[in-house]
Every structure is written in structure tokens, then in C-alpha cells.
Design a protein around this ligand. Structure first.
Ligand SMILES: NC(=O)c1ccc[n+]([C@@H]2O[C@H](COP(=O)([O-])OP(=O)(O)OC[C@H]3O[C@@H](n4cnc5c(N)ncnc54)[C@H](OP(=O)(O)O)[C@@H]3O)[C@@H](O)[C@H]2O)c1
Length: 269
């Protein structure tokens, strides 16, 4: 597994697993929580150590449970969670505080490696107010790093200008067909790691056909081509699968290098 170093000096894996439907009935985002850890245990057995969850996913407890069941040292893992910016979560400082504390309690692994603001609030001042509370959790050692998700350039700029602790990462939707190249470039220029979500889920059939053609000479699958491309471009990836074979495929992307021509082809999709 390759690692990246964040602007605060801490390192973490470039590839992890999404979990937004894990531990739920019928693999459904809105499904009842089953507390079943089988998908995550399978991912951990295959070598996944970065795990992406969120308050919205309602499965933070399932994540903590799977990590404990693995009997692997907690420090080997890198757990990300996120706080939403809906009123019910952030209207007052006390509410923000309460929800972060609830995340820590639900995951129950002493600390959270990375905590993100899940979506930007329309007001930059509100984002900053939430951020300042996250900063206090970093000072207490309960959260190691803080970042954002779905932030655009102007929202990031405001935060960078006013924050005491710079965001380490921005997680946003990125896949062939919607790379969000200018946002990727902005993050890199500001020493903020771009992390892609939905690398695979949103790719249409036409694009998939192009990717399959590109993948054949490497003896790889279209999904491996996408993830290899994103990692080679400096993005962190968090593909999610309920299927063990897919989980295996998605982590087996470090043994080949795309040609410059293929990289350009993907970039131009
Ligand atoms: N910050 C945000 O706002 C935000 C928003 C959305 C998601 N996320 C995070 O990002 C993670 C990833 O996003 P996602 O789960 O929506 O989408 P994704 O990981 O891009 O794709 C998941 C879909 O792709 C399929 N898949 C996975 N590997 C495959 C493979 N090797 N070959 C063929 N199909 C494959 C899965 O089906 P199978 O299960 O059948 O393999 C599933 O239907 C989420 O789980 C969540 O943690 C964050």
C-alpha cells in the first residue's frame, strides 16, 4: 500500500474503503442498521486500513466494532468520519460539540484519525465556526487531522485564510467524466490532498467501454484502471464494494503504470 503525507506531517494510505451502505439491511443506504461487520471484516482481511464513514451513514459503531474484531492494532487503521452541516447538527456550538463527541463514542477507538465537514454550509462564517470547534478536538488529541468534503475553491480559500489549522484534505466526487480537474489542481497547489468519492459508481456505459478497451493490455479491469489513474494523479480513493472479488480487485492496483497516452485519454473523458 502506498502512503501520502498530509500538510500536518501525518501519513495515511492512498486507498481505503467507503462504507456508506455497510452494516445495513439490503445494502441500502437508508436500510436498518444490522450491526453486521462482514463486508468490513472482508475488506480488512484483504488489507484495507483506511475506512470512510460519517454521521449520516449511521454506521460509525459498526466500523468501530469491525476494527476491534480484527484484532489488528488500532494504530494500523485510519478512520475518517464527517459532521453534516444541517441545522440539527451545527446550529449551536454545543450541538457541534455534542455530535463530534457522539462520533468518538460510537466509533469507540480512543481517537478519530480524520474528521471532515461533510458538506459546506452556504455561509463561510458558519463553516469557520464549525471548524474552530473541530480545532479544539485536535488540540485535545481526540481527532488527529481535520478536513472538508464537497468544498469548492472559494469555500476552501476562506477557510485557509481564517483557520488556525489548515484543512489536510478535501473529499469530493471525482470520476472519468467528472474529474473536477480545477478543484484537484487547486487542492494540490494549496497542499490539501484531494480525495475522490464515487470513483466507480457514476461511470456511464460509454465511458466504461472506453475503460475496458484501455484495461485489456494491462490485464486489468476497468475499475482498476480508474483507481490506478486517480492514485497516479495524486488522489486518495475510497471505493466501496459488498463483493469480495471486487474488494480484491480494487486494492490490487499498485503493480502497473499507465502510459502517458492512456493517462491523457482518461483525463480527457
Ligand atoms: N463525502 C460525500 O459527500 C460522499 C458522498 C458519497 C460517497 N462518499 C463515500 O465514498 C464512498 C464511495 O462511494 P460510493 O460507495 O457511493 O461509490 P463507489 O465506491 O464509486 O461505487 C460503489 C459501486 O460500485 C460497485 N463496484 C465496486 N467495486 C467494483 C468493481 N471492482 N467492479 C465493478 N463494480 C464495482 C459496487 O457494487 P458491488 O458492491 O456489487 O461491488 C457499488 O455498486 C462511499 O461508500 C462513502 O464512504 C462520500
Amino acid at each position: 500500500m502506498k502512503n501520502l503525507t498530509m500538510n500536518n506531517g501525518l501519513t495515511f494510505p492512498v486507498l481505503g474503503t467507503g462504507t456508506n451502505t455497510f452494516g445495513k439491511e439490503n445494502n441500502n443506504f437508508n436500510g436498518k442498521i444490522t450491526n453486521d461487520t462482514k463486508e468490513l471484516r472482508s475488506a480488512i482481511e484483504l488489507g484495507y486500513r483506511l475506512i470512510d464513514t460519517a454521521i449520516y451513514y449511521r454506521n460509525e459503531e459498526v466500523i468501530g466494532k469491525a476494527v476491534k474484531e480484527s484484532n489488528i492494532d488500532r494504530c494500523e487503521f485510519f478512520i475518517t468520519s464527517k459532521i453534516p452541516t444541517d441545522k440539527e447538527f451545527i446550529e449551536t456550538d454545543e450541538l457541534v460539540q455534542k455530535h463530534v463527541e457522539q462520533s468518538l463514542k460510537a466509533i469507540d477507538l480512543d481517537y478519530i484519525d480524520l474528521y471532515l465537514i461533510h458538506f459546506p454550509h452556504e455561509s463561510n462564517e458558519e463553516n469557520l465556526r464549525v471548524w474552530r470547534i473541530l480545532e479544539t478536538f485536535v488540540e485535545k488529541g481526540l481527532i488527529k487531522s481535520i478536513g472538508v468534503s464537497n468544498f469548492k475553491e472559494d469555500q476552501l480559500s476562506y477557510l485557509i485564510k481564517h483557520a488556525r489549522i489548515k484543512p489536510v484534505l478535501n473529499q469530493f466526487q471525482s470520476y472519468p467524466g467528472k474529474h473536477q480537474q480545477s478543484l484537484i489542481d487547486f487542492c494540490k497547489a494549496n497542499d490539501i490532498i484531494p480525495e475522490a468519492y464515487q470513483s466507480l459508481a457514476k461511470i456511464n456505459d460509454k465511458t466504461k467501454n472506453i475503460l475496458v478497451e484501455l484495461a485489456n493490455p494491462y490485464n486489468k479491469t476497468w475499475s482498476q484502471i480508474v483507481l490506478n489513474y486517480q492514485v497516479s494523479e495524486g488522489l486518495v480513493v475510497i471505493p466501496k464494494s459488498h463483493n469480495k472479488q471486487h474488494q480484491l480487485e480494487n486494492i490490487d492496483i499498485f503493480d502497473f503504470e499507465l502510459t502517458k497516452t492512456d493517462i491523457e485519454t482518461i483525463k480527457n473523458i
